[in-house]
Design a protein around this ligand. Sequence first.
Ligand SMILES: [Zn+2]
Length: 80
Amino acid sequence: MAKKEIPAQTVWTCDCCANELIGKNWRYRGKVETANDVHDLYGHAVAGENHRYDLCDTCFTAVNKAIVETIKGKETPCSI
Ligand SMILES: [Zn+2]
């Protein structure tokens, strides 16, 4: 009887569209990380959030474009 060992493989999933991230759709190795600290009126930290998203090339391109356009002021939510 022959034995064939298949090495373990890590499969990532896009946090936006849930597609598996494989070589052809994860060339950018896109990641988006956000973090904030919420302070009360006295300056004491009361909450905070950290998020990290692994994104396929298509989702990363769309998210990256939205961030860049927002920061450049083309779609500033504060001016609405
Ligand atoms: Zn995706």
